[in-house]
Design a protein around this ligand. Structure first.
Ligand SMILES: Nc1ncnc2c1ncn2[C@@H]1O[C@H](COP(=O)(O)OP(=O)(O)O)[C@@H](O)[C@H]1O
Ligand SMILES: [Mg+2]
Length: 289
């Protein structure tokens, strides 16, 4: 006789005819003004949400702002940085009037550097890579120690070992996302960069495995580029699929504007930086002899 390997989920199903929306989905505020109203009050708690977008669309800023919102409601958070150095995150935030260093000092946010995983991967041959359940269990230790309720991995696509085939990468991500959801009791943002050149198509995999997907993009409007945001998927949530403008301002951070057709938000242009009067400009320096 063939053993049935499916696990029965009948114990989780509500009694016949009973629909208990409150018990089904509680919500975690995104921290992005204007976003929660589009998704029934916030992200579904203790689920994974993919934040997808090309370089420069605002994924890292989104993740940090999500954690800062947690700090405001006694929900500490962990930011796992895969691509950027922790000190650069702190310095860049300070330059944008966001006191990440202060939130780290008060224990509201912790930054974890994922670079040791790459060292470990290199030591294990072509098929190498850290077991995704090991990654989840290492994170669980930090989550417990800190009492974290929010987690950001920036970016998850970079954490997938490059030697894996597309199918193996999908299995890796499924195992990792399941382990994170099962063990962490956190609402989790996973950033990813879609790329047509990525043979693993990891962003597509993350999109299909996560409970929610928020797409960020840059759109050309005349000579300018504007940032936009669209919620593509949010399980258990009635969705507005419209494209909205995403404003990004120093101190104010990210905010969702009206649906794009209205286009009333200002186009982002970098703030002019004061130039120190005494500092010699490169062209003023005497030629080296
Ligand atoms: N609060 C902010 N105000 C103004 N500009 C910002 C702010 N946060 C980030 N930026 C700018 O937007 C750029 C892209 O944001 P980032 O979050 O790094 O995008 P991604 O992670 O998608 O590459 C940054 O390099 C910075 O120049
Ligand atoms: Mg980034």
């Amino acid at each position: 006789m063939v053993r049935n390997r499916f696990l029965s989920a009948s114990a989780l199903a509500p009694a016949e005819g009973a629909v208990d929306r409150s018990a089904a989905v509680d919500r975690t505020t995104s921290g992005i003004p204007g976003l929660d109203v589009l998704i029934d009050g916030g992200f579904p708690s203790r689920r994974t949400i993919a934040i997808c977008g090309a370089t420069g669309t605002g994924k890292t800023a989104f993740g940090l702002q999500f954690l800062a919102a947690g700090a405001d409601c006694q929900e500490p958070g962990i930011f796992v940085t895969v691509d950027a150095k922790p000190q650069h995150l702190i310095d860049d935030s300070a330059a944008l009037d966001f006191d990440l260093d202060g939130l780290i000092r008060t224990g509201s946010i912790a930054i974890l550097d994922a670079s040791p995983y790459f060292t470990a991967t290199r030591g294990q041959g072509a098929r190498g890579g850290v077991d995704p359940r090991q990654v989840a269990s290492d994170l669980a230790q930090h989550v417990r120690r800190m009492g974290a309720r929010r987690l950001v991995i920036d970016s998850l696509s970079s954490l997938v070992p490059s030697a894996l085939s597309r199918a193996e990468a999908y299995d890796y991500l499924r195992s990792l996302i399941r382990s994170l959801e099962d063990n962490l009791e956190c609402t989790i943002l996973l950033t990813c960069r879609p790329s047509r050149l990525d043979p693993q198509e990891s962003c597509d995999a993350i999109r299909s495995l996560a409970s929610g997907v928020v797409d960020l993009a840059l759109r050309r409007r005349g000579n300018d580029l504007v940032r936009i945001i669209r919620v593509r998927k949010m399980r258990g949530t009635p969705l507005d699929l419209a494209e909205h403008r995403l404003a990004m301002e120093p101190a104010g951070g990210l905010a969702v504007g009206p649906a794009d057709a209205a286009g009333t938000l200002p186009v982002f242009r970098p703030r002019p930086r004061p130039v120190a009067a005494e500092a010699p400009q490169p062209s003023d320096r005497p030629e080296a002899v």
